[in-house]
Design a protein around this ligand. Sequence first.
Ligand code: SF4
Length: 209
Amino acid sequence: MAATKQPQPGVEPEQAPESLDACRRCALWEHATQAVPGVGPRHAPMMIVGEQPGDQEDLQGKPFVGPAGAMLDRALEEAGVARKAVYVTNAVKHFKWEPRGKRRMHKTPGQREIDACHYWLDRETGKVEPKVIVALGSTALKSVLRNSKATLQASMGHAIEHEGHAIIATYHPSFALRAPDPETRERAYKAIVDALREAHRLVTHHRTR
Ligand code: SF4
């Protein structure tokens, strides 16, 4: 006989919370310091979506303030995009991690967590209404496209029209930081800069039409 799935304590997938802090749609809130909301102008033409908060983001309550954020800042500058003009957020708002010694090591969110947290990303895209969304990494891409089978490999190098937004997919800066060899790191960083440049071009194009 198939085992009946037991609900996890403190998890309410159908909950429609009024605030991120009250969210119990998945179990990630339990071991995180706090939820990390997106930041940026209300009607930013460009939205950047990452995966989830990292260790520093979890502690500070802001997105992209750790090492990956420093790389994103560098890439934005090189692409000619002002970070303060961009809305920056994550597909998943609580830090998923596992202990390794005294450190908290990043753990990739599962599809169930991506789906649960899409509730918040959907609210952000509805509020900001960006022309262009840059998805950093495959978790962000799956969430933005609402497609669990979406891959970076098939989606990079061209804009994808989706629900009124142009979606540009590229690597997450963490990949460009952690890839084992310098050539891959350099190639990934360049791809991020190119994607941001293309996103900027599309934003400008939309504005002048
Ligand atoms: S990760 Fe997202 S869905 Fe899960 S509890 Fe946090 S805010 Fe809610």
